[in-house]
Design a binder for this molecule. Structure first.
Ligand code: UDP
Ligand code: MG
Length: 340
């Protein structure tokens, strides 16, 4: 059994990968000697990331390199690596060295000392990130906290150390729309924060433009709360009360012998009601679209190649069919082609 798996999704990280490999390897060796595996997932990069991984894998027997068939996005790439991991403990970390791999020692120590199943990095500061990103992240996590019943820790990413039983629980959640930090919070067990200072990217630029951040935010809200669906009822009641008040006002004016004037007010009311209805329809659409995507039951990702010692019979991509109890693997979305 491998003591430690380190899982790192990489998208266009050519400029980071050598330094990443060096620092992560040093941190892992210090903790567990060679009893670890380093799983790098190439998430359909357009640069030389996969070539670098192949080069490193040829030299480093600890390295498992997974090549996805296309870009599936951070959360799914991470899932692919987690699916293949063998370790008793699993460290999730970004490829850009914003989260220092050296904190592995502290995370291990905390897990041992306090018997925790998850130790997650809590960002007390974030270097080199724009005010806009920090502000939107702060607002988003607080909104999410108000909308959901489970406690998703504020100011955390996916940087965390997990026990095998916590990871197995996480991997039993089948959804396509994955917001992993929230899903980890949902599984429970003892989860403890480890405060740290988030560094600047080692090289390159963020791969989370506004569009991807918004999508993750929508996945988070729809995945963990149905509160927005009740908005229609609340909005309807509010508008009903307003209508009553307006009715009373017109009656009052009529009794005093006047009429309420107004093409403008009518037109405004029509537009207001129309936009409220469209907004609520859109909200319902967000949920409906996700129901549709989940109902199709497609694999979460497609694997093109795996280099290195991979978990035999690992279920790749498909959920809900993990294989029979006698070890017969379930439906697999990719075969492990090259096992060294
Ligand atoms: N990433 C990925 N697929 C994507 C986008 C990002 O695997 O489509 C990886 C990326 O290589 C990095 C991690 O996800 O290891 C976090 O991305 P990034 O550093 O760009 O996000 P930020 O730290 O700016 O939120
Ligand atoms: Mg980053």
């Amino acid at each position: 059994m491998t003591a430690l798996s380190i899982v790192i999704p990489c998208y266009n990280e050519e400029a980071c990968i050598d330094e990443l490999h060096r620092r992560v390897t040093a941190a892992a060796r210090k903790q567990v000697g060679t009893d670890y595996e380093l799983i790098l997932i190439n998430d359909g990069s357009r640069d030389g990331t996969w070539a670098s991984m192949q080069r490193l894998a040829a030299l480093d027997p600890q390295l498992v390199a997974i090549n996805l068939a296309r870009n599936h996005g951070h959360q799914l790439a991470l899932t692919a690596g987690l699916d293949l991991s063998l370790g008793e403990r699993i460290l999730i970390i970004d490829a850009d060295l914003q989260d220092p791999p050296e904190l592995l020692a502290d995370m291990m120590a905390k897990m041992d000392a306090e018997g925790a199943d998850v130790v997650y990095g809590l960002r007390v500061s974030r270097a080199g990130e724009t005010v806009g990103k920090k502000l939107s992240a702060a607002m988003f996590y607080r909104l999410l906290d108000r909308l959901t019943d489970i406690e998703i820790p504020v100011d955390t990413g996916d940087f965390r150390l997990m026990s095998r039983r916590a990871l197995d629980a996480l991997l039993s959640l089948p959804e396509q729309a994955r917001f992993i930090r929230g899903m980890v919070a949902w599984i429970g067990f003892k989860q403890l924060p480890l405060p740290y200072h988030r560094a600047e990217r080692h090289a390159g630029e963020t791969h989370y433009p506004l569009s991807k951040m918004l999508r993750l935010a929508f996945d988070a809200v729809t995945g963990f709360s149905t509160a927005p669906l009740r908005l229609a009822t609340q909005l309807g009641m509010l508008l009903g009360v307003l209508a009553l008040l307006f009715g009373a006002y017109t009656l009052f004016v009529w009794m005093r012998g006047g009429t309420v004037e107004g093409w403008t007010s009518l037109a405004l009311l029509v537009i207001l009601l129309g936009s409220a209805q469209m907004f609520v329809l859109g909200l319902i659409g967000e949920y409906l679209g996700r129901v549709y995507v989940e109902a199709k039951g497609r694999p979460l990702y497609i694997v093109a190649d795996v280099i290195g010692s991979a978990r035999p019979g690992a279920r790749l991509g498909y959920r809900g069919d993990a294989g029979a109890a006698d070890g017969t693997p379930g439906r697999a979305a990719g075969r492990i082609d090259r096992v060294r």
